[in-house]
Design a protein around this ligand. Structure first.
Ligand SMILES: CC(C)(COP(=O)(O)OP(=O)(O)OC[C@H]1O[C@@H](n2cnc3c(N)ncnc32)[C@H](O)[C@@H]1OP(=O)(O)O)[C@@H](O)C(=O)NCCC(=O)NCCS
Length: 375
């Protein structure tokens, strides 16, 4: 009998230079650089450059790269029409459809060379926020807002979403959030993107796959669920009973646990601090109090089983306080992750092998076929 590696847990299937994760101590490096340094000292634009090219940019390289991102934000009118047709879709479904539709207008679509894959990755990174914001406007019966080249990546997204100039602090908050979500090894969506790339399909197909895989609540959907849970709990003193009901019925508390981290997810720290500060600033400290109560008093018992908060736990409260509707939370995760998916595909194309594991068959054997009229 072959050994079944269910869920491919703990299976190494390739090498990578994208990110290093030590789940036992909660360590994460992008291209060798600590996530803490990047979250505190860098910008999303710089991190995208680092991921795609493997090195931190010089000032002039960053200026040129940022200009490229800004110049590629507009999406074709035909794609806006497509988004209008699917305006009732969940924003992640609209993003998946939008990325797929963009392939019709990309001259490099079938070119899987590293140069073309990077060009497409830059375009998809730049256009992603335009897709999400345009769909959100259309579903409210509003006109999409054109990108503003004077704003950085995070600021422009907020501007297109709300049709007003965002303040600096909010822009920085979203910038950090994008950095924290940019790349994370062979997580389910990156694996999905790599499987698509391994067939020598193209980047648009791979990123479309990534969006589809990310959507599930066991992956990117947890931030949305965490905030719904906090709203349901209402007050910190209700948290214990609320969670007990879930756990006693074999359920899971969203925003806790991770396939790789058996210590605290290093990305959570940056969102915890920011969730607290934002709640206080907005005169709504309650959400942070509920979340902290959960972390400190309810789920603390699970720490010796390696279950700690993950990146999604505090993210939802930040988006909520920024006035972002909860069904947009995963799309924000996806926008941050487009460079990571691109890098995973670059690596897959660079030393490709078809990803094609096996399933051990456990069904019936050599059954006699009975004609339909005799069944
Ligand atoms: C992310 C996740 C799917 C990883 O799970 P995994 O590596 O496959 O681990 P398992 O599903 O084998 O879980 C191991 C044990 O921990 C428990 N567990 C894991 N996450 C849990 C959670 N959030 N709440 C309660 N129990 C949890 C499981 O029930 C299981 O218990 P058992 O051994 O008694 O059956 C899982 O932790 C989860 O569902 N978390 C909630 C969703 C979430 O926050 N996702 C975002 C990830 S960034």
């Amino acid at each position: 009998m072959p050994e079944i590696m269910k869920g491919l847990k703990d299976v190494y299937f390739d090498n990578t230079e994208a990110s290093f994760i030590d789940g036992d101590v909660g360590k994460l490096l992008y291209r060798g650089y600590s996530i803490h340094d990047l979250a505190e000292k860098s910008t999303f634009e710089e991190v995208v450059y680092l991921l795609l090219y493997g090195e931190l940019p010089s000032q002039s390289e960053l200026t040129d790269f940022d200009a490229k991102l800004r110049a590629n934000r507009r999406i074709p009118d035909q794609v806006i029409e497509v988004l209008n047709l699917v305006q009732n879709s969940h924003p992640m479904d609209a993003l998946r459809t939008g990325i797929s539709a963009l392939s019709a207008f990309d001259e490099d679509v079938t070119d899987n060379s590293p140069e073309a894959t990077i060009r497409k990755g830059i375009r998809l990174t730049a256009m992603g926020p335009t897709l999400v914001a345009a769909h959100h406007r259309l579903r409210q019966g509003l006109e999409p807002v054109a990108p503003n080249p004077d704003l950085n990546h995070a600021g422009n997204f907020l501007y297109m979403l709300f049709d007003e100039m965002p303040d600096e602090e909010t822009v920085k908050l979203l910038d950090v959030d994008f950095i924290l979500h940019a790349e994370h090894g062979a997580n389910a969506s990156a694996f999905g993107a790599r499987v698509a790339a391994s067939t020598l399909s193209d980047l648009h197909s791979a990123v479309t796959t990534g969006v589809g895989v990310l959507k599930g609540p066991w992956h990117g959907g947890a931030a949305e669920e965490v905030m719904r849970m906090a709203l349901d709990i209402g007050q910190p003193e209700n948290a214990e009973e609320y969670c007990r009901n879930i756990l006693d019925n074999g359920g899971r508390i969203m925003g806790f646990g991770h396939r790789v981290y058996k210590a605290e997810d290093p990305r959570a720290r940056h969102l915890r601090e920011r969730s607290k500060a934002l709640g206080e600033k907005m005169g709504q400290p309650k959400w942070f109090e509920i979340l902290t109560y959960l972390e400190e008093n309810v789920m603390s018992k699970y720490r010796d089983r390696g279950i700690f908060v993950n990146v999604d736990f505090f993210a939802g409260s930040i988006y909520y306080l920024l006035g972002i509707p909860d069904d947009l939370f995963i799309s924000i995760f996806a926008l941050g992750r487009i460079p990571g998916w691109t890098l995973q595909c670059l690596e897959q194309f660079d030393d490709n092998i078809l990803i094609r594991p096996l399933l051990e068959y456990t069904g019936g054997m050599d059954l006699e076929y009975t004609p339909i009229e005799s069944r």
